[in-house]
Design a protein around this ligand. Structure first.
Ligand SMILES: [Zn+2]
Length: 505
């Protein structure tokens, strides 16, 4: 009887904290405020950029303002670069300001820009012909991306086209991509080498367009040029210049792209913690990468994961200030270049790995959590299921789970911990057109955040962390033999070292 009463008492106490978590996040969410500060005031968080460093300092200050201890841990250094303006104007055959921007780490143009004709990489017979043609690029801009057959996404065709014309478009597109790839191959230069060969030969700049197959969306990655700018143009403006050049109109642009090289700069993880009272050297961990690409402001990759984890910490500090185990959060640097910050943390803190009860990572957009895999931990069904049972049904009812699942070998930072044997899970969210519209694109901005969904995710993660912290013992870390893509048994993913000196060849 006494035991029953004790159990009853515990359940009562748990409900109390859970109710307070829900109430605090529902009535007093800070997501919009911190989202604005991070995405709009600080901006994109490219590794090595001044904004990235500013973001780390901002996070430490923000945590301090909530009474949470936080620190920046340096784990490496990176080529420092600061994005400046990009102004691209077509000046002939008529005048139009073009939509585009320089790629990350692009060299600058001359101070007020440089004017020149735009040409298309011609279809040359082989690398000998390419070498012979190369001097003609002097003083010109060279377009090296495939032209698009259509500026409409497939879903738009599906809605409006006849079946026959949709099929024809797709066949045309396949053919066009194939011939363009052949054209590139015949130069004898690789993807990274071609831009360098062009600048060595005196080109004023390289023009690319990486359409993301959604209206207005382009992916913005790194430049390979070392002396002249590389810019990405919108599908529409790239197509315009391409057709004008192909029809012999000799389009001219003035391109002014400014940027600053800042030498090698330190790169960090931000770690915050709420100290455990009963088991301070055991941990429950939150995880989300802090860096982004810089075509937009990294709102859904991974601003939403970031503000979600910060908000979970704020709420827990408010309603559960004396956790049984230490609650940690890792805001990782340089995930985008290969999970570098989290790999460094795993490598630098080996003594902590066996003491992490569970880790929850979020990094695939702004949507409600929709999928959870047990990552190959045999007993994950038991404890994750039990913890999830305490999350309100309206939050968990559509979540698909797979237990025990297979260990993830990459994709985001949980994989760095799974490789080290830590029960680390990905809280995988609904798409909201992530891959076409926001992932690494110019459109990944504050307005794409679905705050109601992020708020649900905060409540769920806060309850899961609370449950993991209160758990009597450390949960089982027993793993299965993973099954590979070919359906055959395979090895557990290996730990991989981070790049500690990045952006240099
Ligand atoms: Zn990401």
């Amino acid at each position: 009887m006494g035991l029953m009463l004790l159990l009853g008492g515990n359940v009562q106490a748990q409900d109390e904290v859970i109710n307070k978590i829900i109430q605090e996040e529902t009535e007093n969410s800070q997501l919009k405020q911190i989202g604005h500060e991070l995405m709009d005031v600080i901006g994109p968080r490219l590794v090595g950029s001044p904004q990235m460093e500013k973001a780390h300092d901002w996070a430490v200050e923000k945590y301090a303002s909530w009474g949470i201890e936080a620190r920046n841990e340096q784990w490496g250094e990176w080529r420092g670069w600061e994005r400046g303006i990009t102004h691209i104007d077509m000046v002939a055959p008529w005048t139009k300001s073009l939509a585009g921007q320089q790629l990350a780490w692009s060299p600058a143009s001359p101070q007020d820009g440089a004017q020149g004709e735009v040409i298309v990489l011609p279809d040359l017979s082989d690398s000998v012909a390419f070498t012979k043609w190369l001097p003609s690029v002097k003083g010109k801009y060279v377009m090296i991306s495939a032209p698009q057959v259509t500026g409409r996404p497939d879903y738009n065709w599906e809605e409006w086209a006849t079946e026959a014309s949709f099929a024809k478009m797709k066949a045309d597109r396949d053919a066009s991509n194939t011939t363009w790839n052949e054209r590139l191959q015949k130069t004898g230069k690789g993807r990274r080498e071609l831009p360098i060969a062009l600048e060595e030969a005196g080109a004023l700049g390289v023009i690319t367009s990486y359409w993301s197959q959604g209206f207005g969306a382009n992916k913005i990655f790194s430049a390979y040029t070392k002396k002249v700018p590389t810019v990405d143009l919108s599908l529409e403006d790239y197509g315009l210049l391409f057709r004008l050049a192909e029809s012999g109109q000799k389009p001219m642009i003035n391109l002014n792209a400014q940027s600053k090289e800042n030498g090698m700069v330190p790169t960090f993880n931000t770690i915050a913690e709420i100290k455990g009272t009963e088991k301070p050297d055991e941990y429950v961990m939150l995880s989300a990468h802090f860096d982004s690409w810089d075509g937009g402001t990294g709102a859904t990759d991974n601003g939403t994961g970031t503000i979600m984890m910060m908000e979970v910490m704020r709420v827990l500090k408010e309603v559960y200030p004396n956790p049984k185990r230490t609650i940690l959060v890792g805001h990782w640097g340089s995930e985008e270049q290969g999970l570098n910050g989290s790999r460094a943390f795993v490598e630098d803190h080996p003594e902590m790995m066996p003491k992490i009860q569970a880790l929850f990572n979020q990094d695939n957009g702004t949507g409600r959590i929709a999928n959870i895999s047990g990552q190959g931990f045999i007993n994950s069904y038991e404890y994750l299921g039990r913890w999830m049972a305490n999350v309100p049904q309206e939050i968990t009812k559509d979540i698909q789970t797979s237990f025990p699942g297979n260990p993830g070998g990459g994709g985001s930072d949980y994989a760095s911990f799974v490789a080290a044997g830590v029960p680390a899970f990905s809280l995988s969210s609904l798409s909201w057109s992530y891959f076409n519209y926001t992932w690494h694109t110019n459109l990944d901005t504050y307005d794409k955040i679905i705050f109601d969904d992020v708020q649900n995710n905060v409540i769920m993660a806060a309850i899961m962390v609370y449950m993991a912290s209160e758990e009597d013992e450390m949960v089982s870390r027993e793993v299965r033999v993973p099954i590979g893509r070919d359906g055959q048994p395979t090895e557990w993913p290996a730990m991989r070292p981070p790049t500690r000196k990045g952006g240099v060849d």
